[in-house]
Design a protein around this ligand. Sequence first.
Ligand code: HEC
Ligand code: HEC
Length: 369
Amino acid sequence: MKLVTIVAGLLMVAVANAQEKPMLAEQAFKNVRVLKGIPVDQFMATMGFFSASLGETCTDCHSAESGGNWDKYADDNPRKETARRMLGMMNAINKTYFGGRREITCYSCHRGVERPDVTPNLADLYGPPPSKEPDELREPTSSKAPSADLILDRYIQAIGGVDRVAKLTSFAAKGTYQGYQDEKYPMDVFAKAPNQLSTVIHTAAGDSTTTYNGSAGWIAGPATERPVALLELTGGDLEGARLDAAVWFPAQIKLALTQWRGASSAIIDGRDVQMIQGTGDGRYPVNLYFDSKSGLLARVVRYTESPVGLNPTQIDYADYREVAGVRMPYRVTVTWLDGKSITEFSEIQPNVAIEAERFAKPPRPALNK
Ligand code: HEC
Ligand code: HEC
């Protein structure tokens, strides 16, 4: 099923009437009884966290009819009731035993299954260890480990050097966007230094636009059955949009995050990488992984908040090619708790004029054709 499209579409629908302030879940939805007082994007992040924790799709917990019919998500059923009770249990455990810190989440027990294991499994104990990619910064393995500053400088060097990077001040790119188990759609990306980025995916139902103007961000897209909507990004999603924009003008990366730490070595996809860590909002770390050999940025992992736990987003950069003397990634793979997308560029035009409206708050998208 087209989970990604559905979630994105749902967000749009949910916030149809959102104006200045981010809309709260209970204002957007009909039957919210526990997860109140949080913006719609955090509410949807919670749904993603539930699905990932239990290894379920949305319709497993809601109903088969809710696929494609947003009204049906409001209907109650025994599983939804159980999930609400579990929320209460989780909060009670954390409050009673962990001083209110969020030590136990849905994932702590469920680990991707509906019914948590009860008995240790001998096959797991003696079989090969599950592959897990590094997400915590260990202390540098040797005192010779380079600092975050050096790794970032080396990256700038690897893609073309300070001067050339500074001369790339905008670009317009064309390519394709493919969501998880979905078809490929044409897409356009517009970027302007130091920190503006707009991505337009031309889906079958209409354009889906994500825009960051340097301080605020939005997602606007086609609604399938109800009025069209516009969502203002908040919290970790906004921080994420800021970093996504900075990555395209790499001299900005140092400025986009603070409290840099690192480096420590790790392996991803069989390659040696060096990981450094910074933070956007002072609370959650952002991990950046650089290929040890080439010095190129291979991956960014960042987190957004939800009331039940942090939602990781992983962005892999690959297929670097030269544009105006600067090496840029032509393939970007984004993986999050309930979806995955692959962007492949066919052309990137450097230093083109881009009208300011590209980065302004998007208009309400047109209705379906
Ligand atoms: C583990 C069960 C579970 C899973 C999986 C799940 N949900 Fe939910 N969902 C709930 C519960 C429980 C509520 C009600 C929350 C409350 O009362 O605060 C809810 C409420 C909602 C609502 C609000 C409906 C309304 O109008 O009141 C929407 C929309 C929604 N979920 C969408 C999704 C989507 C999309 C997914 C897949 C990404 C998903 N859910 C996955 C349990 C789940
Ligand atoms: C302390 C451990 C623990 C935590 C934390 C936990 N669960 Fe559970 N959950 C269980 C156990 C154990 C069961 C199975 C109970 C049973 O079989 O009667 C279960 C069952 C469920 C079920 C019913 C599954 C089915 O087979 O129908 C749902 C839905 C569920 N949990 C959702 C959640 C959600 C959502 C969260 C986070 C808010 C959560 N759980 C957190 C232990 C936990």
